[in-house]
Design a protein around this ligand. Structure first.
Ligand code: UDX
Length: 437
């Protein structure tokens, strides 16, 4: 059946969800408080870099199944399902999640909900949030208990957002007895036969946090082993390859290097620890503090390698940084390990030149004091050390001989273990890696 639904919050998650639901044939109204953003979305302009999403947006706008607005009253009148896709960033004063956007969205929408409807949370939240929001809905909505709530976490990866939404690994529905499960199964029906786990609010909320904590732990695990490999003269890349053949372990998320960043994993593990402490079970997630510490240590280690390559001091040295996005195929620089390293080197007096294929505009806004180049070759010109910090394909495929013509000194730190050490050494480079001899 074709549903009329609204998607509240037009960020990464919201735009993707809105466009994908329209693609399934539903009628969608996306909402945001930012009028400029709404205007450009209605003109088919995507404010983020996400492959395939621009076309999806424009196709569904043109088909009349999708539009964007700012008015919660209009949203309540338009839809029978309302998806909450607000950001839940880390609070400034602690590791906990800042739920103010989510709370504000519910407070704005609920007073207009005067007929039976389903509000569906997709944001990543501390366990217990859904219970609280359900009570708030009943209290504020003229429809009372007929304004139901469900929790349906989203697992999309940046760079694969459309694919992850249209063919998800699983669907998790946190519901109370009522119409919610049937409605959501019907809504997602066109996706085909997707494994679906139906459970309570708390479990649904925790599935998301537990999944991200597991992924972060897997990355920090291999990075801890990388530290040992470096100390012992072993090769973490070969080691990960060997581990990965064990099906119980698997090869994915064992790429050792500069570690994780972005708008999700770092803040989600911190919020998880903060919530566990509130629940009196802080000890259970104590290991996530180690996961965080190992991850941040990677950045220090990359800076140490580069400093050693410039004879102990960055002062007045030209340094090329390749990569600004927190991962390739993204222009997202939130908690980007690459920019963190670039800024640390600049603070020590290095003349840093940064290049990234997609994230330069965002990087410039966040780090106006760094210098930026229009290509990898330009960033490398005259450099005494080159750091590869985000594994964009164009960096992985760099020709060491050609890049060698640009630099003053052939010295490279492979922060993502993606270069062929033999080829780079053969071209006269001093090669350093995070976890390889
Ligand atoms: C993540 C989760 O994968 C997704 O399910 C969730 O919904 C949101 O958070 P995302 O932040 O888009 O998605 O990126 P992801 O591809 O998971 O990478 C996270 C970070 O880990 C990146 O900085 C990446 O460079 C790093 N990483 C990933 C590694 O350092 N090593 C790896 O082996 C894998």
């Amino acid at each position: 059946m074709r549903h009329r639904l609204t998607v509240i919050g037009s960020g990464y998650l919201g735009i993707t969800h809105a466009a994908c639901m329209a693609e399934l044939g539903h009628e969608v109204l996306g909402l945001d408080i930012d009028e400029d953003r709404v205007r450009s979305l209605n003109q088919g302009e995507l404010p983020i870099h996400e492959q395939g999403l621009g076309e999806l947006l424009r196709r569904n706008l043109a088909a009349g199944r999708l539009r964007f607005g700012t008015d919660p009253k209009e949203a309540a009148a338009f839809g029978d399902l309302h998806f909450l896709c607000l950001g839940t960033p880390q609070r400034k004063d602690s590791g906990a999640a800042d739920l103010s956007q989510l709370d504000a969205a519910v407070a704005a929408l609920a007073p207009h909900l005067d007929r039976p409807c389903l509000v569906v949370g997709k944001s990543t939240v501390p366990v217990g949030t859904a219970e609280r929001l359900a009570a708030r809905l009943t209290e504020l909505a003229p429809a009372g208990e007929a304004a139901e709530l469900a929790w349906n976490p989203e697992f999309l990866r940046e760079g694969h957002a459309v694919e992850d939404t249209l063919s998800p690994d699983r669907i998790v529905l946190g519901v109370r007895p009522g119409r919610a499960e049937g409605l959501l199964r019907d809504l997602y029906g066109p996706l085909g036969d997707i494994p679906t786990v139906v459970t309570d609010y708390a479990t649904a909320e925790l599935v998301k946090t537990a999944a991200n904590a597991f992924l972060a732990t897997k990355i920090s695990y291999i990075n801890a082993i990388a530290e040992v490999c470096e100390a012992a003269g072993a090769d973490v890349v070969r080691l990960a390859e060997a581990l990965g053949h064990d099906e119980r372990i698997g090869r994915r998320f064992l790429a050792a290097g500069l570690g994780f960043g972005g708008g999700c994993l770092p803040k989600d593990i911190r919020a998880f620890v903060a919530r566990a402490e509130e629940l009196g079970t802080g000890e259970s997630l104590e290991f996530l503090r180690q996961v965080d510490a190992i991850n941040l240590r990677r950045r220090t280690r990359a800076v140490d390698h580069a400093r050693e390559l410039v004879a102990g001091s960055f002062a007045g040295r030209k340094v090329a940084v390749l990569g600004a996005a927190f991962k390739p195929e993204s222009d997202d620089i939130r908690d980007s390990p690459a920019l963190d390293v670039a800024a640390a080197i600049a603070r020590e007096g290095g003349q840093v030149s940064v290049y990234d294929p997609a994230a330069l505009d965002n990087a410039r806004k966040a780090f106006p004091d760094l210098a930026y180049a229009a290509s990898a070759a330009e960033a490398a010109r005259g450099a005494e050390v080159v750091l590869l910090l985000t594994e964009w394909r164009e960096f992985v495929e760099l020709d060491p001989a050609a890049l060698g013509q640009e630099v003053a000194v052939r010295a490279v730190v492979d922060g993502r273990n993606v270069l062929d050490p033999a080829a780079w050494r053969a071209a006269g480079w001093t090669y350093r890696s995070l976890g390889r001899r």
